[in-house]
Design a protein around this ligand. Structure first.
Ligand code: GLN
Length: 313
């Protein structure tokens, strides 16, 4: 972090958060997973971390929330570590869909019926079946340990209320699982695969956990604080590319133009993003816009990117 930028962030971030927070009431908190509807609509928090351990945060940074779709980036990476590129890309494609994250339209329409990419629900469910482990609980335990390692936080755990709430109501994801099984994409028992998926979506984090995980990606897989290479560089490259093309659902093109950073959002209102080589960023704002991204969070990132000239493009 250059001193000038650091000083500007320190000075301006609280004000930019408050300006962006006003947009919260133009959006809605997700309710299709009933437990998520309890999140505070007016909340907005952000944490920015650099490779020397300097951090700046503002707003509701103490809020815990579930990773939801943000987890898909890291299960993809674990599946790549476990199976290699060729095996993973025989089960999921590399293209954006332009459809909603939970659409199964193209699974039926486009042969050979494999998910278009690993960041839509169908793709992430297929990825869950590729995680190595003896049983679904064993696979989930490996995922949780991997996330703890990246976040540098051994106490990361599931939010069991959100896990149960999703598992009990996930009729659409369940149908997708069975269709994938029929298309020959899923390995193993469908309910077991779905359990791995619901569990990783329900891992509870704060903005600083997300910022730390993002910093590892921003540093090409190395934890700059410990100096350890936690993820092979190639797999980080793949993950960042998907985040740029598909990370903000079917608003990824607009986000690339307005913000210009690799990012991944979740229906809990979390966004993980980064300035490659410089910062890891974790943000939460549970009120969502029509495309399902944090409404105030996207506003805030737009402001940061424009004020500080962060776009990569
Ligand atoms: N977009 C999301 O964050 C979706 C994740 C959520 N667990 C679901 O499957 O619907």
């Amino acid at each position: 972090m250059t001193t000038k930028e650091w000083n500007q962030l320190r000075k301006m971030l609280p004000q930019w958060v408050e300006e962006s927070r006003r947009h919260c009431f133009d959006g809605k908190v997700a309710s299709y997973i009933p437990e998520l509807s309890k999140a505070p609509i007016e909340a907005l928090g952000i944490h920015i971390l650099d490779g020397r351990g300097n951090a700046v945060s503002a707003g509701d940074c103490g809020l815990s929330f579930t990773m939801q779709s943000i987890s898909k980036v890291f299960t993809l990476i674990l599946a790549l570590i476990d199976n290699g590129e060729e095996a993973v890309f025989s089960k999921v494609g590399m293209e954006p869909t332009g459809d909603n994250f939970n659409s199964m339209l193209k699974l039926e329409l486009v042969q050979p019926g494999i998910p278009f990419n690993p960041l839509i629900n169908a793709g992430a469910i297929a990825i869950s079946s590729l995680i190595a482990g003896e049983s679904s609980l064993d696979k989930s335990a490996r995922v949780l340990r991997f996330f703890q390692l990246l976040a540098g936080n051994d106490s990361l755990d599931y939010d069991y209320d959100v896990y149960r709430s999703e598992s009990e109501t996930a009729n659409l994801n369940r149908s997708m699982g069975y269709l994938l099984k029929d298309n020959g994409v899923l390995e193993g028992d469908v309910e077991d695969v779905l359990d791995v998926y619901f569990r990783h979506c329900s891992i509870s984090v704060t903005c600083s956990d997300l910022a730390k995980m993002a910093l590892v990606l921003a540093s090409n897989g190395k934890d700059p604080l410990s100096g350890k290479q936690l993820i092979p560089r190639r797999y980080v490259q793949i993950a960042k590319t998907f985040m740029t093309t598909c990370g903000m659902y079917n608003a990824s093109g607009e986000f690339a133009i307005q913000v210009g950073l690799p990012a991944k959002s979740g229906v809990s209102g979390g966004i993980l993003t980064m300035l490659p080589g410089r910062y890891g960023i974790g943000l939460v704002g549970p009120s969502l816009n029509r495309k399902g991204n944090s409404i105030a969070g996207v506003e805030l990132l737009q402001k940061l990117s424009q004020q500080l000239d962060w776009s990569l493009f």
